[in-house]
Design a protein around this ligand. Structure first.
Ligand SMILES: Cc1cc2nc3c(=O)[nH]c(=O)nc-3n(C[C@H](O)[C@H](O)[C@H](O)COP(=O)(O)OP(=O)(O)OC[C@H]3O[C@@H](n4cnc5c(N)ncnc54)[C@H](O)[C@@H]3O)c2cc1C
Length: 432
């Protein structure tokens, strides 16, 4: 039954954008999502111009995005005495044809869920349904096995299964049973949000400190016209010895700000008060900076991985969610060329797995924050004239290398045709 549809394991950002894409190109699908209820979880994330372009092509408008975030204007790295290391315009100001958005992850997630329900129907996302494993059938189809919140189990047949089930993916665990455990490099992040006055352009992403002791913050809402305050997303980060591995239980837990604010006690300048920013948040989430070693392929016959299940990466390049969105669109384009077939999954895998695996490794090396490491190594993070520490050309070359690898190069993106041509559909004969 239902062997022509696509089963999506995981209704996170990647799974929901996959569902919207499949609907757009005329492919039936169903999403199995482990949680019982969609709640606006998480704090800030960035949607790079390549991902915003894809959202626009899906009919998600600037108005939609302005309700859950704001267009970014600047990306800046700052030394420990507040002096600029590097800054560049972002989004439209940088010359992209599409903006970059800084948004609330949970609000984006809830908005995508609403769009899926509106466009595909109330049964498109089966909540409380955790995919546990899959079986490849002799007729080429796939069966997904699921456990439900009420304790029952079920199986569902489809033409393809997309594992968009996040960093702890069950689909990936079956596809790559010998994969090493989650990799933790020693950095702990505490994330939170605080209503405060935005600095610099009013829409600036700021990274401050060194690679062992860092603060990153950016607004994720337009400033309230009455108060001038924006919701500021911040990530406080400390790197420690990881030789004994992660000792806390779980990877994502709510903590009191007093648990960690002391690491930043002296970070007070006339333009920024980090301890106040942290303490004025109600609470924070602690999560170690983790990723997974790349795997040689994201495909196993009629099954493919997407989003964090395929390429969980350090958030240093602000590209985890953006890449999940791009994955979904590249997958849809492959289905237009090859139908709803394993050949489409192979084309998708061929296009993305190798290059994006390189981005995982590059982000491990601190991604664009690598400039902070260089400045720290050369002068301890405090300087008067940045040109004497790292010349402008070296700074520009470093950033250009990162952006080219992550698919952010401006001209390449601006010139690229749409990933999915307007009005393109998978032809009926191809859909089985
Ligand atoms: C609760 C939560 C909060 C987050 N907060 C932040 C944040 O503040 N900042 C940030 O940068 N990133 C955050 N992330 C990660 C970020 O959303 C992802 O890195 C990125 O968006 C890629 O999306 P994804 O869809 O691949 O993975 P995810 O967004 O992780 O989505 C995976 C989805 O699959 C579901 N799932 C897991 N296992 C199964 C299974 N076996 N069967 C069915 N469903 C399953 C999960 O419940 C989840 O909804 C968060 C992720 C989650 C789940």
């Amino acid at each position: 039954m239902n062997d022509s549809r696509v089963i999506i394991a995981g209704g996170g950002i990647g799974g929901l954008v996959t569902a919207l894409t499949l609907h757009q190109i005329g492919v039936p699908c169903v999403v199995f999502e482990a949680v019982r209820e969609m709640r606006p979880l998480g704090v800030g994330i960035n949607l790079q111009p390549n991902a915003v372009r894809e959202l626009y092509d899906l009919g998600i408008t600037a108005n939609d995005l302005d309700r859950i975030g704001l267009p970014s204007k600047e990306w800046a790295l700052v030394g420990l005495n507040g002096n600029d290391i590097y800054s560049e315009p972002r989004g439209l100001l940088a010359g992209y044809h599409w903006p970059q958005y800084s948004v609330h992850r949970g609000q984006l997630h809830v908005m995508l869920h609403q769009k899926v329900v509106e466009r595909i129907g109330p049964n498109a996302v089966r909540l409380g349904s955790r995919v546990t494993s899959y079986r490849k059938n002799s007729n080429g189809s796939v069966t997904a096995f699921a456990e439900h919140a009420d304790g029952l189990t079920s199986e569902a047949n489809g033409a393809l299964l997309i594992g968009a089930d996040g960093i702890h993916s069950a689909v990936r665990a079956q596809m790559h049973p010998a994969q090493p455990p989650i990799h933790w490099g020693g950095a702990i992040m505490w994330r939170g949000t605080t209503w405060a006055k935005p600095i610099r352009t009013g829409a600036s992403f700021v990274g401050l400190g060194t690679h062992r002791h860092r603060m990153v913050f950016y607004p994720i809402s337009h400033a309230d016209p009455k108060t001038g305050l924006s919701m500021i997303n911040w990530i406080a980060e400390v790197t420690m010895d990881n030789t004994e591995g992660w000792k806390q239980s779980g990877w994502f837990r709510q903590v009191a700000t007093s648990d960690f604010a002391h690491h930043f006690d002296n970070w007070v300048w006339d333009w920024l008060d980090v301890p106040a920013l942290i303490r004025q948040a109600d609470s924070a989430f602690e999560n170690p900076m983790i990723d997974r070693d790349p795997v040689p392929t994201w495909q196993d016959g009629p099954v493919a991985l997407l989003g964090d299940a395929a390429h969980a990466m350090y958030p240093t390049g602000s590209n985890g969610a953006s890449q999940a969105i791009v994955d979904a669109r590249v997958l849809g384009a492959a289905m237009i060329d090859h139908g709803v077939t394993p050949a489409a999954l192979a084309a998708y895998d061929q296009k993305l797995c190798g290059p994006i695996s390189q981005v995982i490794l590059r982000n491990r090396g601190a991604g664009p924050f690598g400039l902070l490491n260089i400045v720290d190594d050369r002068c301890g993070g405090t300087f008067d004239n940045i040109d004497a520490v790292i010349p402008p050309k070296e700074r520009a070359d470093f950033m250009a290398g990162y952006k080219a690898a992550a698919g952010f190069a401006i001209e390449t993106l601006n010139k690229a045709p749409r990933t999915i041509p307007s009005g393109a559909r998978v032809r009926a004969a191809q859909a089985v």
